[in-house]
Design a protein around this ligand. Structure first.
Ligand code: HEC
Length: 209
């Protein structure tokens, strides 16, 4: 009988190599690891949610105050300067990165990266299938060029207040103010209940080990 095909021989080599590896050392920690990882993930998720609450809460407060005080045109200015500032301050204070992104951005600085694009697509599909937007969230550990990160996203629903600046029917003044500051704006035409975008958090894992 001829000997084993090259393919089978390779497989045999791989199996004996695996047997030679110190598997026993891993076996001891195999059971503890998922529990520890789950606890870590829960803590990271809690940090991400706290950051989102801080950012979201402050944004809505500033936005409402600005609209009440001087109307939506002025509030666009406020959003332009204040939204990135609150995001930066919250990120620095909570030692992570928190911001907002969308499948249709107003500010190109908020464009989604590859992972965020995938999550937004999944959120859109889920919303289309009837999942309430307020329940849309996604957590994952992602390996990137700049190391491993715990990443978390949470869907943002469009509310009546948002229509002033993200709806289908803007006043000419609001439209003009948006055109001036955001010539590449894609963030109009939303209706109440649509997915407007998502909060996004990234926590570096390597630096914390
Ligand atoms: C007064 C006008 C105004 C209102 C009202 C408003 N926004 Fe915005 N929104 C803006 C502006 C301006 C930006 C761009 C901010 C920047 O430059 O980072 C923006 C950006 C965003 C972004 C970040 C992604 C992007 O498109 O750049 C999200 C998400 C968002 N808005 C959601 C909302 C939601 C949800 C509401 C209602 C609760 C809302 N907005 C109400 C003006 C408004």
């Amino acid at each position: 009988m001829p000997g084993p095909t090259p393919c089978l021989r390779l497989l045999g080599a791989a199996l004996s190599l695996a047997a030679a590896l110190p598997c026993a050392a891993h076996a001891a920690t195999d059971e503890a690891e998922p529990a520890a990882a789950a606890a870590d993930t829960a803590a990271l998720e809690a940090r991400a949610r706290t950051a989102i609450k801080t950012l979201g809460g402050q944004l809505v407060q500033e936005l409402k105050a600005a609209i009440e005080a001087e109307g939506p045109v002025h509030a666009i200015d406020v959003c332009h300067t204040i939204a990135p500032r609150i995001a930066d301050e919250t990120s620095a204070r909570q030692n992570l990165s928190v911001g907002r992104t969308s499948h249709k951005v107003r500010n190109p600085n908020n464009l989604p990266d590859e992972w965020e694009t995938e999550v937004l697509d999944a959120f859109l599909a889920a919303a289309e299938a009837g999942t309430p937007i307020a329940t849309l969230e996604k957590a994952a550990v992602v390996d990137g060029d700049d190391g491993r990160h715990f990443r978390y996203m949470k869907g943002i629903p469009t509310k009546p207040l948002c229509l002033n600046c993200h709806g289908a029917d803007l006043t000419p003044e609001v439209q003009a103010a948006i055109d001036e500051t955001y010539p590449q704006d894609r963030a109009t035409g939303f209706a109440v209940g649509d997915l407007r975008g998502a909060f996004t958090v990234s926590i570096p894992l390597d630096a914390e080990d």
